[in-house]
Design a protein around this ligand. Structure first.
Ligand SMILES: Nc1nc2c(c(=O)[nH]1)N[C@H]1C(S)=C(S)[C@@H](COP(=O)(O)O)O[C@H]1N2
Ligand SMILES: [Mo]
Length: 431
């Protein structure tokens, strides 16, 4: 056994602090365009040190090989504490207690990729094209966006339509998100409505269509991994943005750098990353992940496991009312009183109340609830609860929105496992 370098705990830290040296150390790669070489000499020694043991068959490792022991860490460079669900494509969620901040730090914003993120992006020469059914088709750089349109900063909640899928029984195929495919970073950019107004939508334009720069998993350059769109009325909302900064800095590569859409309140899949083009159409957009059962649910409630005819599926618009308990972490230990807090949100609506129960839903106490920092951001809530005697408790949180929808206790099942907004529960042992 060799010791790991003292100042570098993980390979991801090495890559983060000094990517060029890290890359050169492991693979002898001099420049970005060079092919990586074989692992040898210092690279081998460093790799061995980081794995914590010698690698007897190192000669068989192909060029550019990243050991599986590092794979998870490596795709999560710049992220902190996320749970990797899949590394091709990369999908990682955030445990609820790491979502405690009102504004989600970039390091804790979940990742949901349908394809392979572009490897290197050139923000200075990046362009966005607005075309299709518009009077003035345009191609804009990020500098053009900043110069021609008013720049805004807004905290906006993005939640994947499949967040909570892991709880469905019978199970639904797809990423087994538990609670953490949701985040509320602060985004800086321009309003989509301002850009569309400049492009001049034609009177028959009813729908947007979004195109990004990520690659299809098959490697086929003619295929898009995902291309979704929304009704033009939604696109003209005041909080739908084309953004070039996340929390005041460059967008994280896996969160769509250098340019993305953010469409709060509707499924995260509309918030197109690595955004290259938006075109307007006179039909409901029919790109990949827009048709069939993708991001669709039965229009009437169905029994768990029921077969649903194709024609009964409808497009998901707003995301349902939901909340998270972000402190304490589940499996908490506590004295007789405990401060609990979290966030609540509901697509296109405000939260009216958050109620807390410590007796499995028999009685409820109303939490203190803050207004959102702006339209499209989740809302903070907090409560102090008092436990009568020692023992096992659960704290349940239930949000109700201004349309009087409240979170259910049990999941309304659907075939693809979307829209699970059941109450979040944590366990607490009181001594
Ligand atoms: N180009 C592109 N945009 C995309 C995706 C994608 O795979 N490719 N995934 C979408 C989905 S399904 C979600 S939930 C959000 C997630 O955003 P995040 O990865 O920044 O958290 O991005 C959306 N935008
Ligand atoms: Mo998603």
């Amino acid at each position: 056994m060799t010791d790991k370098p003292k100042d570098l705990k993980t390979i991801s830290e090495f890559f983060e602090k000094d990517p060029e040296t890290a890359d050169k150390t492991f693979f002898g790669r001099e420049t970005h365009s060079d092919r990586r070489g074989f692992l040898k000499g210092a690279g081998l020694a460093t790799m061995g040190a980081m794995i914590g043991s010698a690698i007897p068959f190192h000669r068989n490792m192909p060029a550019g090989f990243i050991p599986a022991a590092f794979a998870g860490e490596n795709v999560l460079v710049g992220k902190d504490g996320l749970t990797l669900l899949n590394d091709r494509p990369v999908n990682a969620e955030t445990p609820p207690h790491l979502l405690d901040d009102l504004i989600t730090p970039t390091s804790r914003h979940f990742i949901r990729n349908n394809g392979i993120a572009p490897e290197e992006v050139d923000a200075d020469n990046w362009t966005l094209t607005i075309d299709g059914l518009v009077d003035n088709p345009m191609t804009l750089t990020i500098a053009d966006l900043k110069e021609k349109f008013e720049v805004h900063t807004m905290a906006l909640t993005i939640e994947c339509g499949g967040n909570g899928r892991a709880a469905f029984d019978p199970p639904a195929k797809g990423n087994q998100w538990t609670l953490g495919a949701v985040a509320c970073s602060e985004w800086t950019g321009v309003k989509l409505k301002d850009v569309l107004a400049a492009a001049g939508p034609k009177s028959n334009a009813i729908y947007t269509a979004h195109v990004g720069d990520d690659a299809h998993l098959s490697g086929n350059p003619d295929k898009l991994p995902i291309s979704r769109g929304m009704p033009i009325e939604k696109a003209m909302s005041d909080n739908v943005m084309i953004v070039f900064a996340q929390n005041g800095e460059a967008i994280h590569p896996n969160n769509g750098a250098p340019l993305r859409l953010v469409v709060p309140g509707w499924p995260g899949s509309l918030s197109h990353k690595w955004l290259k083009r938006i075109y307007l159409r006179d039909i409901v957009h029919d790109g990949p992940k827009m048709t069939g059962k993708a991001y669709r649910v039965p229009q009437h409630p169905v029994a768990a496991g029921e077969k649903v005819p194709k024609d009964d599926f409808v497009f998901i618009e707003r995301m349902p009312v939901k909340s998270l308990i972000t402190s304490p972490k589940t499996e908490a230990t506590s004295g007789k009183s405990l401060a609990v807090r979290g966030h609540a949100w509901s697509g296109d609506r405000l939260i009216k109340t958050v109620d807390i129960s410590i007796d499995f839903g028999k009685t409820w106490q109303t939490a203190k609830l803050d207004a959102p920092v702006n339209d499209g951001a989740w809302q903070n809530w907090s409560a102090d609860v008092t436990f009568p005697v020692s023992g096992y408790y659960e704290v349940w949180a239930r949000a109700t929105d201004d349309g009087d929808d409240a979170q259910p206790f049990a999941i309304a099942w659907n075939p693809k496992g979307y829209l699970n907004n059941t109450m979040h529960r944590i366990s607490v042992r009181v001594s």
